[in-house]
Design a protein around this ligand. Structure first.
Ligand code: UDX
Length: 458
């Protein structure tokens, strides 16, 4: 089929490449000509396993192309995907202006019937708005006023770091439409991904839009709930990792998304929780659970700094922290809403220096923070330790899981690790003569030095 994808961000680019891979003829349209130029030369703006080869191969085969010419894009597609960004505005609502601009463009240039598919995460009711805009624009062009152009809500559930495989093998394909013709077109386009078992779930547009928010908010709720229980475990002398395994074994709860840590980040959860809070209040409803999820997450992003401040006191002048992990989670270079940012900014404010290492997000950190005398990006995780007083683990990349603890002990002046992801086993750490603070578990305190510092801080 002939497909047009508006927006070559995370969702648009991955979706376009995957659709081309199964044989569709895909044109990607974006206003950022530099980005498109780079893509045509095989330079992918994001780090995502498997994406580069998929884009390059499909571009070379001619099934995937890139253009800034929106009118030509509109004329190409039997199916037109809208996958542009919906950033949070200043009051936390999803800003749909780019989605609505694409709708206007489609209405201005469409010359035959097409199905418009909204992939962007948008407030409930946006599919109706998009349809209105398109039909108004078509009516203004009298010759084309009878064109059939249904708008389908088809939210995306891919995860950063496994976006290609999530898109290739989706758990479910949510299709929000009551138009039978549109449903048939969507079934055809997704047929290669709907083998083995039926994954397509058809519902009305508004339910599809709410499904996306409900999914992300449910997952964020699990995480915030677990972080709350971890805080409680610390105060009650319990071990959150035992509790996690104990509750996860109940299939009604499950093991997924109950890992305590330093709070959720990324481009989806923080934005989507805030957006649903906003949608609720607009509907005259107070979303008490969502508000609590959001506020627990804000507090949780401060817990690593709070532990460091408990240990050293609030004045950290002259202290140097080795920081492992800048990205908001492993296998991505994305630092949007990353807990590492909240921590580093607090450390700098308290006068400390940060020596950071991340397998993928170093360029991104450089781009965000530029040159500063209290921030060094180190080429390896070991180099980050050199001359540091303490180690802080913020992101659970695999390569941080089995480090050389003897080297850590020799490198760190204060022989202390603050672990925001419970990556290490406290019993093992104790045998290495290291002090260790993690989330929701008793600390390992092996020397009087730590006690002395804590009492001073008090
Ligand atoms: C999420 C959804 O999973 C995906 O379906 C949706 O389409 C987009 O948003 P993503 O933001 O890529 O995907 O990351 P995800 O793996 O869900 O992690 C989000 C955040 O939650 C990360 O900061 C992660 O560290 C944190 N997290 C996750 C926890 O703190 N504990 C957990 O148990 C799981």
């Amino acid at each position: 089929m002939k497909v047009t994808v508006f927006g070559v961000g995370y969702v648009g680019l991955v979706q376009a490449a995957v659709l081309a891979e199964v044989g569709h003829q895909v044109v990607c349209v974006d206003i950022d000509s530099e980005k498109l130029e780079a893509l045509m030369q095989g330079n992918i703006p994001i780090y995502e396993p498997g994406l580069e080869s998929l884009v390059v191969e499909n571009y070379n085969s001619g099934r995937l192309s890139f253009s800034t010419d929106a009118a030509q894009g509109v004329r190409h597609g039997e199916v037109q995907f809208i996958a542009v960004g919906t950033p949070s505005d200043e009051i936390g609502a999803a800003d749909t202006q780019y989605v609505l601009q694409v709708a206007e463009t489609i209405g201005q240039h469409l010359e035959r019937s097409a199905v418009v598919v909204n992939k962007s995460t948008v407030p409930v009711g946006t599919a109706d708005k998009v349809a209105n805009i398109i039909h108004q624009a078509l009516r203004a062009r009298q010759r084309f006023s009878d064109i059939h152009c249904p708008v389908v809500s088809n939210p995306e559930f891919l995860k950063e770091g496994s976006a290609v495989s999530d898109c290739m093998k989706p758990d479910r394909i949510i299709v929000g439409t009551t138009d039978k013709q549109a449903e048939a077109v969507i079934r055809e386009i997704y047929a290669p991904f709907n083998r083995n078992r039926e994954k397509i779930m058809v519902m009305d547009e508004r339910s599809a839009e709410l499904t996306k928010y409900a999914a992300n908010c449910m997952l964020a709720t699990k995480i915030s709930f677990m972080n709350e229980v971890a805080n409680l475990a610390e105060r009650l002398g319990a071990d959150i990792e035992s509790v996690r395994m104990g509750i996860g074994s109940d299939p009604r709860i499950g093991y997924h998304f109950i890992y305590p840590g330093v709070g959720y980040g990324g481009s989806c959860f923080p934005k989507d929780v805030q957006a649903l809070i906003h949608t609720s209040s607009q509907a005259g409803f107070e979303p008490k659970i969502l508000q609590a999820v959001e506020s627990r997450n804000r507090l949780q992003k401060q817990t690593l700094f709070a532990k460091i401040a408990d240990y050293y006191g609030r004045d950290l002048k002259g202290k140097t922290f080795a920081l492992w992990g800048l990205a908001f989670k492993p296998n991505t270079d994305d630092m949007r809403e990353a807990p590492a940012r909240v921590l580093m900014e607090a450390l700098w404010k308290a006068g400390a220096t940060v020596q950071a290492y991340d397998p993928e997000a170093m360029d991104e950190a450089q781009r965000i923070y530029g040159q500063r005398s209290d921030f060094r990006l180190c080429g390896t995780k070991e180099a980050a330790l050199s001359g540091a007083d303490a180690l802080v683990v913020v992101t659970e990349w695999q390569i941080f899981r089995a480090p050389d603890f003897d080297l850590i002990g020799r490198s760190l002046t204060d022989r202390v690790i603050f672990d925001g992801r419970n990556v290490y086993d406290p019993a093992r750490i104790a045998t290495r003569g290291l002090n260790y603070y993690s989330v929701g578990r008793a600390p390992v305190i092996i020397d009087a030095f730590a006690d002395h510092l804590v009492s001073e801080a008090v």
